[in-house]
Every structure is written in C-alpha cells, then in structure tokens.
Ligand binder design. Structure first.
Ligand SMILES: O=P(O)(O)OC[C@H]1O[C@@H](O)[C@H](O)[C@@H]1O
Length: 274
C-alpha cells in the first residue's frame, strides 16, 4: 500500500517527486510575498517591522472594485473594516481564525508575507473540490483521476472553484465539475476526504482559501472537456501519487501543488477502503 506523509505548504518529499512535478503553484497574477521565517509565521511571534507585500490587483482596489462586484465574484468591501458581519463569518468558518487589533481577520496559518486581497472575499474564501476517480485497481489494473489545466498557472488541478454566496458546498462541487469538464455527477453521493486550508498562491494575511474536497468513484472514465476557466480536462493514472507524477511527466505537465494534500487524502481513502 502506498503511503506518504505530506506537510501542507511544503510540497511533496523529494523521493516522491524528483522532477518537481508537484511544485507549489506560481500565479503570474500574484506577486511573491516577503520571505517569512518559520519561527515568525505565528501571529504571536513579535515582528515590529513586518512589511508584507500588498498583492491587491487593480480589479479589487477602490477604483476597480465596482466592476468586479458587478461581475459577481467580488464582495464590495474595500477593506475588512467595511465588512458588517464578521461574527457570523467567524462562527461559520471551516478553519477558525482570529482578528488583529484593527479587527482585520488573520490568516489561520500565520503570516504569509502578503497583505491586501486577491480573492473575492476578505477572510475565509470557501471552495469546493470534486475529486473524480474512475476504475478499480483489482479489476482494471489501473485507476484514473480527472484533472483540469488551470488557465492562470497552466498547472493541472482538481476541477474545483469557489462556493457562490448562498450556495452549499455539495451544490458547488456538482456545479464546478459540470462547468469545468462537462461531467454531470448530480445525484451521486461523494465522500468528503479533506476539509481545511488550501495553500493557494492568492492567499494573504487577510484573505485565504479553505475547501471541502469530496471523492466521487466511477466504474469507468467518462468524456470530459475543459471549459470555463479550464484550458483542458484529462484523466491521469491514480493508482498512487507516483503514478500521477509519471502521468504528468508524460504530458510535460505539473500539478497545482496546493492540491497535493487533497489528492493525498483521496489516495489514502481509496487504499484504506479497498
Ligand atoms: O478556481 P478558482 O475559482 O480560481 O479558485 C478555487 C480553486 O482554487 C483552489 O485554491 C481551490 O482548491 C479551488 O480548486
């Protein structure tokens, strides 16, 4: 049985990923933050002259925000101080978080070296990630996972996306999969394999992604076509993460590294139950 230990945010161990195919995502639209030494990540560690990089893109500044709000993906609050319902948001959070002295929400993993917002919302942004697996190792000698190629980083990722306002995570799993691949799994009951923080390149000290990742198991692969913000959709070998690395290597692809903990959880679940 394949086993590996993965620290979220650190990528895969070199033995598993000698070619660096599971690298952490780089997003050309998000500047790098300042380096944060491990011992200064916790908010409790004093860092008097901490000056994170503001990663807010033009479409989320005071001037650009109205157009983004009209497009439906951004909330209208220029700073966290404008958000009216922090107690409710904190109570509903997938991963608990605290606030600083100015009542700005603080990233639950600590300092990121980045400030501002390059996500739809301040604080926690909820995503949903459908991990669709086909085939049976004993029956077929292989198992496959459905990935899409992201248009922002060019890396291969789970076909997930953000949960819309008023939408549930189960509904978002089905909607995102359909939008990005054309695969309709409405009516299927998936198994949640991961619920927590995602090491997304757009995360900052005050806005970050958490996700619910759920496993769907199909008997056979089905037709999948990249659509919406996916450049392509394809099935990759998924007997274990080594098989996935080999499959990516064959097409010269790389994994969206932030999804490695989610896929690791899926492999563990599959191998535990079979
Ligand atoms: O694809 P968009 O909507 O940009 O962002 C959501 C995705 O980004 C990741 O952090 C999440 O795990 C999810 O897959």
């Amino acid at each position: 049985m394949f086993r590996t230990h993965v620290h979220a945010g650190k990528g895969a161990p070199p033995s598993l990923d000698p070619k660096g195919l599971f690298a952490m995502p780089k997003n050309k639209h998000t500047p790098a933050g300042i380096p944060v030494p491990e011992d200064l990540r916790p908010w409790s560690a004093p860092w008097p002259y901490y000056t994170p990089v503001d990663i807010t893109p033009p479409e989320l500044t005071r001037k650009g925000l109205p157009a983004s709000v009209a497009e439906g993906w951004a909330e209208p609050h220029v700073t966290p101080e404008d958000v009216p319902n922090w107690p409710a948001r904190a109570a509903m959070a997938l991963v608990p978080f605290t606030f600083d002295a100015y009542h700005w929400p603080l990233n639950p993993t600590g300092r990121t070296g980045k400030t501002g917002r390059n996500l739809g919302k301040w604080g926690e942004n909820c995503a949903a990630d459908p991990i669709v697996v086909a085939g049976d190792l004993d029956r077929d000698g292989e198992r496959w996972v459905l990935l899409i190629q992201r248009s922002d980083t060019g890396q291969w990722a789970i076909p997930g996306g953000m949960v819309d306002p008023g939408e549930t995570a189960p509904a978002a799993l089905v909607r995102e999969l359909l939008e990005e691949t054309g695969v309709d799994l409405a009516g299927h009951t998936p198994t949640i394999v991961y619920a927590g923080y995602v090491d997304d390149p757009r995360n900052s000290d005050h806005a970050w992604v958490c996700t619910t990742a759920a496993l769907y198991q199909l008997d056979h692969t089905v037709l999948a076509v990249g659509a919406d913000d996916a450049l392509a959709a394809a099935w990759f070998p998924f007997a274990d993460l080594g098989a996935l690395a080999d499959g990516l290597d064959k097409v010269g692809g790389r994994l969206y590294g932030a999804h490695l903990p989610l896929l690791t959880a899926a492999v563990r679940r599959l191998n535990d139950c079979c």
